[in-house]
Design a protein. Structure first.
Length: 140
């Protein structure tokens, strides 16, 4: 069974590198998801204005508006009803992790992304969101 059958989530991935975008899109396709892509924080905000998103996988280092600033703006706009925000970064030092959580991100995943790392995050947070009745899959 594809993961999207168990956790029918709307997912947005913020990633500026085109090669990484292709890899990430393929990983999510294998898991059964069609994702939205955004190349910077401004594009993230545009997508969130158009579509209900459950989880944002947010690259930290992007041009124009980075992931930390995009997160701050999402929180300012959405408050407690914001989508889940997962930092995607190669920087996994404890201080970096604390900085992401302090900025309002909910979790983090190390780059390069793998099928198993994405599966673990979706299972962890998908179950939490499902139990809270707080994702698009509960609204069908």
């Amino acid at each position: 069974m594809a993961l999207n059958s168990k956790f029918p989530l709307n997912i947005l991935v913020a990633e500026d590198n085109s090669i990484n975008q292709k890899l990430i899109k393929r990983i999510f396709q294998i898991l059964g998801y069609e994702i939205e892509l955004a190349a910077n924080g401004y594009k993230v905000l545009e997508v969130l204005d158009r579509i209900k998103i459950d989880i944002v996988f947010m690259d930290i280092q992007m041009p124009e508006m980075d992931g930390l600033e995009a997160t701050r703006q999402i929180i300012a706009k959405c408050g407690n009803i914001k989508p889940l925000i997962i930092a995607m970064t190669a920087n996994t030092l404890q201080d970096d992790r604390y900085k992401y959580l302090e900025a309002g991100m909910d979790d983090y995943v190390s780059k390069p992304l793998t099928i198993s790392s994405i599966t673990a995050i979706i299972e962890k947070w998908g179950l939490t969101m499902h139990n809270a009745g707080n994702y698009t899959g509960d609204k069908d």
